[in-house]
Design a protein around this ligand. Sequence first.
Ligand SMILES: CC(C)(COP(=O)(O)OP(=O)(O)OC[C@H]1O[C@@H](n2cnc3c(N)ncnc32)[C@H](O)[C@@H]1OP(=O)(O)O)[C@@H](O)C(=O)NCCC(=O)NCCS
Length: 185
Amino acid sequence: MSLQLPVSDGQVRLRHLRATDLPVFAAYRADPKVARFQGFDPYTEAQAAAFIARQATAAVPAAPGSWLQLAIADAADDQLLGDCALHLYAHEPRIGEIGITLATRWQGQGLARQAVHELLALCFGQLQLHRVVALTDVRNLPCVALLESAGLRREGHFRQNGWYKGEWCDEYQYAMLGAEWAARQ
Ligand SMILES: CC(C)(COP(=O)(O)OP(=O)(O)OC[C@H]1O[C@@H](n2cnc3c(N)ncnc32)[C@H](O)[C@@H]1OP(=O)(O)O)[C@@H](O)C(=O)NCCC(=O)NCCS
C-alpha cells in the first residue's frame, strides 16, 4: 500500500524529501543543538545526500520495521522547515511511532505543533492506525511540551532506555489511540 500524502490547509504540509532540500537539510542535521536529544550524530553533507536519496521515493507508509522520513515544508513556498518520521512496528503494524525535527530558526512558532497534527491525521485517517507512540528524552522540554500540546498522553518513564551521545538517557513514552484522536476532532 502506498498512499498520496494529503494536501494541508495549514501553514505546513508534509511531502517527500527531494534533492533540492539538501542544503537546508544538511545544515540543520549538522547542527549539534538539533541532534542533542536524537539518536543520530550531526550529519555530514554526504550522509544527508544519501539519506534524502533513500527517502525521496519512499512508499507511504514504509514497510513495517522501517522508518519513513517526510519533509515538513512551508505550505506557501514549499521551503524545507524540518522533517518527521513514521515507523510501523514490525510485530504490530497497526501501531506506529513518530518523531519530529525542525531547523532551529523555525522552532518555537507553533509549526511543529501543526506538523504533528498533519502526521497524526495521516496516521489515524488514511492509515487507520490503532495507536501512535512517541518517545522523548525527559530533558527535551520543547518536545515534551509539543507532545502534550498535541494531545498525546504520557504513559511511562523509561529509565536509561536509550544510549545517546555517550550516555544512557531516560525517556518518556507518549501515546494516542485512534479513538482518542477521533474524540478530539
Ligand atoms: C521538538 C521540537 C520539534 C519542538 O518544536 P517547537 O518548534 O518548539 O514546537 P512548537 O513551536 O510547535 O511548540 C509546541 C509547544 O511547545 C511549547 N514550547 C516550545 N518551546 C518550548 C520550550 N523551550 N520550553 C517549553 N515549552 C516550549 C510551545 O509553547 C507549544 O505549546 P502550546 O501549543 O501549548 O503553546 C523542536 O524543539 C526540535 O526540532 N528540536 C530538535 C529535534 C528534537 O529534539 N526532536 C525531538 C526528538 S524526540
